[in-house]
Design a protein around this ligand. Structure first.
Ligand code: 5RP
Length: 219
C-alpha cells in the first residue's frame, strides 16, 4: 500500500465520525483532500464546512459542499486535519502546506480534533520535518535571528505567501523534546503569527493508516 492509499484510508475512517446535521472543520493538504472527496457523498446530510485555507475552500466548493464562516457557526463539534508529524501523545507538527494559522484557529474552536496521517508520520520526537513559523513580512529577519538563538536553522519559504498575507520560515535541525514549551516560546516572539506546533491544543484522536489498516490513538 503506497502513502497516498494510506492517506485515503485514514480520510475515509474519519468520515465515519462526521455527524449528520453538523458543521465540520476541514484542514488542508493531500490527506484532507481525500477527506473532502469522501465528504462530497455526504454533502446533503451535513450543515456545511468551515475551511482552514483558500485551497480547501475551493475544493469544498467544487465538491458542492456548503461553506460557512467560523464567526457564524461558533464552536465546531469536529475538526479533521492532517499533519506533517505526530507523536503517540497526539502532539503535532503542522504547516507544511502553509495553512497553520487558520488550522490552529479551527483546532481551538473544535470540541474534537481528529488528525489523519499515514504511518510514516508517526515519530517518537517532533522536529525531523522542518518546523513552519508564519511571520509578519517586516519581522522576517528579526524572527530568523531569534530562531537561530534557539538552536534552529530557519529557511525562508521563497515565493510563498500565506492566505493571511504573511511569510513562512521553515526551521531545520530542531529536536523538539518539549513541544508545549517551544510552542509558547516561539509564539511570543514579536512578529510571529503562528508556530506549527500543536501541543498546547493537541489532537484528541489520531487515525494512523498503515499496511494493516487504520489504528486509532486517543487521549
Ligand atoms: C498544512 C498542513 C498539513 O496538514 C500537512 O502539511 C500534511 O499535509 P499532507 O496531508 O499533504 O501530507 O499542516 O498546513
Amino acid at each position: 500500500m503506497d502513502a497516498d492509499a494510506k492517506k485515503r484510508a485514514a480520510a475515509i475512517a474519519a468520515l465515519a465520525l462526521v455527524e449528520d446535521g453538523t458543521f465540520v472543520g476541514v484542514g488542508t493538504g493531500s490527506t484532507v483532500n481525500h477527506f473532502i472527496d469522501a465528504l462530497a457523498a455526504r454533502r446533503r446530510h451535513i450543515a456545511g464546512a468551515v475551511a482552514s485555507s483558500e485551497a480547501s475552500a475551493s475544493r469544498l466548493r467544487a465538491a458542492g459542499i456548503e461553506l460557512a464562516a467560523l464567526n457564524d457557526t461558533g464552536d465546531l463539534p469536529l475538526y479533521v486535519d492532517g499533519a506533517d508529524e505526530a507523536t503517540r501523545h497526539l502532539q503535532l507538527l503542522k504547516g507544511g502546506g502553509g495553512a497553520l494559522t487558520r488550522e490552529k484557529i479551527l483546532a481551538a474552536a473544535s470540541r474534537r480534533f481528529v488528525c489523519i496521517i499515514d504511518d510514516s508520520k508517526l515519530v517518537p520526537v517532533l522536529g525531523r520535518f522542518p518546523l513552519p513559523v508564519e511571520v509578519i513580512p517586516m519581522a522576517r529577519s528579526l524572527v530568523a535571528r531569534k530562531l537561530v538563538r534557539l538552536g534552529g536553522q530557519p529557511v525562508y519559504r521563497e515565493g510563498f505567501t500565506t492566505d493571511n498575507g504573511n511569510v513562512i520560515l521553515d526551521v531545520h535541525n530542531l529536536r523538539i523534546t518539549d513541544p508545549a514549551a517551544l510552542e509558547a516560546e516561539i509564539g511570543l516572539l514579536p512578529g510571529v503569527v503562528c508556530v506549527g506546533l500543536f501541543a498546547r491544543r493537541p489532537a484528541d484522536q489520531l487515525l494512523v493508516a498503515g499496511a494493516q489498516g487504520v489504528q486509532t490513538i486517543t487521549r
